[in-house]
Ligand binder design. Structure first.
Ligand code: GRF
Length: 198
């Protein structure tokens, strides 16, 4: 059994890409009075930049590549679930994890799996959130941390952060501004969540 630090929830972060949110969660979890620690990072692709960041921070980081599983999503998720259990994980944080989850894995982690989404949900679930906010002429954009349920980006929100939209914004400049907000929001919400989890 893995060693547990009393009072700290054991968190796994699932990624597919750069892992900038993952990095803020790792750093927050390394503070002396943290409510959680990141004990495992899993990517579904070996190309995820976040793997090297996690490794450099001393966090076990591994790839469970979805490609060899083909259409067998259940088998891929069973491999992920087995690894989460092996590491004594209590809470799962999705952070730019680009695979849709089946009801099976969502059900296994019901109430203990969080996601960050780059919009003010319920606005703009799914992809291309910043382009859609700009096309709609929104004055504000932002991000949401929510509990993961079966519907994509539909679970109960735990926190949101807002940023202004500027007249000359492109999807990229808006994404950069929102991402800064994400990096403050996710660690704060996850800390609160872990402090109140029974
Ligand atoms: C973030 O914008 C997050 O909201 C979305 O995917 C992006 C991941 O970025 N779900 P990073 O890999 O954390 O840098």
């Amino acid at each position: 059994m893995p060693i547990r630090i009393p009072g700290r929830r054991r968190v796994a972060v699932l990624i597919s890409g750069a892992g900038s949110n993952m990095a803020t969660l790792i750093a927050t979890g390394q503070a002396p009075d943290a409510a959680f620690e990141v004990v495992l990072v899993i990517s579904n692709t070996p190309d995820a930049g976040g793997l090297a960041i996690a490794d450099a921070a001393g966090v076990p980081a591994l790839t469970i590549d979805h490609r060899p599983y083909g259409r067998d999503r259940a088998a891929h998720e069973q491999a992920i679930d087995a690894m989460l259990n092996e590491h004594g994980v209590e809470v799962v944080a999705l952070a730019g994890y680009m695979r849709l989850l089946t009801p099976w894995l969502v059900g296994r982690w019901a109430g203990r799996m969080l996601n960050i989404h780059p919009s003010l949900l319920p606005l703009y679930p799914g992809l291309d959130t910043h382009a859609r906010a700009l096309a709609a002429g929104d004055a504000e954009a932002g991000c949401t941390v929510h509990i993961v349920t079966e519907g994509v980006d539909e679970g109960p929100p735990l926190g949101q952060a807002r940023v202004p939209v500027r007249e000359d914004d492109t999807p990229e400049t808006l994404a950069d501004r929102v991402r800064i907000a994400e990096h403050a929001l996710y660690p704060a919400v996850l800390s609160n969540f872990c402090r109140t989890l029974h």
